[in-house]
Design a protein around this ligand. Structure first.
Ligand SMILES: [Zn+2]
Ligand SMILES: [Zn+2]
Length: 76
């Protein structure tokens, strides 16, 4: 008897929230390394800021790109 798998990879949603606007990513959790994307069109990287590489700090100061949030908001 064959049982079909119900929990296949990619069926769960990422649901990661954007740090500032709190919009929720609607992509499957397998979307990495693509950026998060919300239904309102917001696109962002989580912990992939090009200024601080996700630490929130650059050159001993709060990162000017992500304001210390450790993410990068992308213009869509
Ligand atoms: Zn996501
Ligand atoms: Zn940064």
């Amino acid at each position: 008897m064959e049982a079909r798998r119900r929990n296949q990879p990619g069926t769960d949603l990422c649901a990661r929230r954007q740090a500032v606007t709190q919009v929720e990513c609607y992509l499957p959790d397998t979307h990495y390394p693509l950026p998060h994307r919300a239904l309102d069109g917001t696109v962002w990287h989580d912990a992939l800021c090009h200024g601080c590489h996700g630490s929130g700090w650059a050159e001993d100061a709060i990162c000017g790109v992500c304001n210390g949030g450790g993410f990068a908001l992308l213009e869509s």
